[in-house]
Design a protein around this ligand. Structure first.
Ligand code: ZN
Length: 195
């Protein structure tokens, strides 16, 4: 296994539609292994083939980062030729991307999705996800169509400002036991930029 270079926004490869995988070759298997390593090293929760310069329709996702048990938390999905078969509801999500370092954005996503795809053994699976998990899969899926979250974000800020605001709000909420939600973070950003 080896780390791959991550393609950065501005590279035209990230704006192109990827081609279906015709056959799961050893090269695809090796690319997936390298992508897992690259994603983990960069502290990401997903990475798509064009982000390592491969114009093919597959991605890796590790969406259960908040899960209680370790086994679920560490679960990694390989999605080859994925297809989103169902979308329901809406949510606003705060997103970052390994190809857009140093930024966070506010994006409208479906709340619930079903997505099917093939694993490295060539077996097809269909999964249902909601909330953050659904966001991760939609974000990675968009990469295969040449769409970055920053192309569709309603608002953006630097990752530095984002974590500042998050810390501020978390301290504020420590007493009332409430979770900080996305809307609040982006409200706060607006307040700050109006000052
Ligand atoms: Zn991304």
């Amino acid at each position: 296994m080896a780390l791959r270079n991550i393609t950065i926004r501005g590279d035209e490869i990230l704006a192109k539609k990827c081609k279906p995988v015709k056959e799961i070759t050893p090269r695809i298997v090796e690319a997936c292994e390298d992508m897992v390593e690259t994603m983990l090293a960069a502290d990401g929760v997903g990475i798509a083939a064009p982000q390592v310069g491969i114009m093919k329709r597959f991605f890796i996702a590790m969406p259960h980062v908040d899960a209680e048990d370790e086994e679920t938390r560490d679960r990694i999905y390989v999605m080859i030729n994925p297809e989103i078969t169902y979308r329901e509801g809406t949510q606003e999500s705060s997103e970052g991307c390994l190809s857009v370092p140093g930024y966070m954005g506010l994006v409208d996503r479906p709340y619930k999705i079903r997505i099917k795809g093939t694993d490295l053994q060539g077996e097809e699976h269909e999964y249902e996800f909601e909330g953050f998990e659904a966001t991760v899969f939609c974000h990675e899926y968009d990469h295969l169509d040449g769409i970055l979250y920053s192309d569709i974000a309603k608002d953006m800020m630097t990752a530095e400002e984002y974590s500042e605001i998050l810390h501020e709000l978390q301290e504020l909420h420590e007493e009332d036991d409430d979770d900080t939600d996305n809307a609040e973070i982006w409200e706060k950003k607006k307040e700050r930029s109006n000052q």
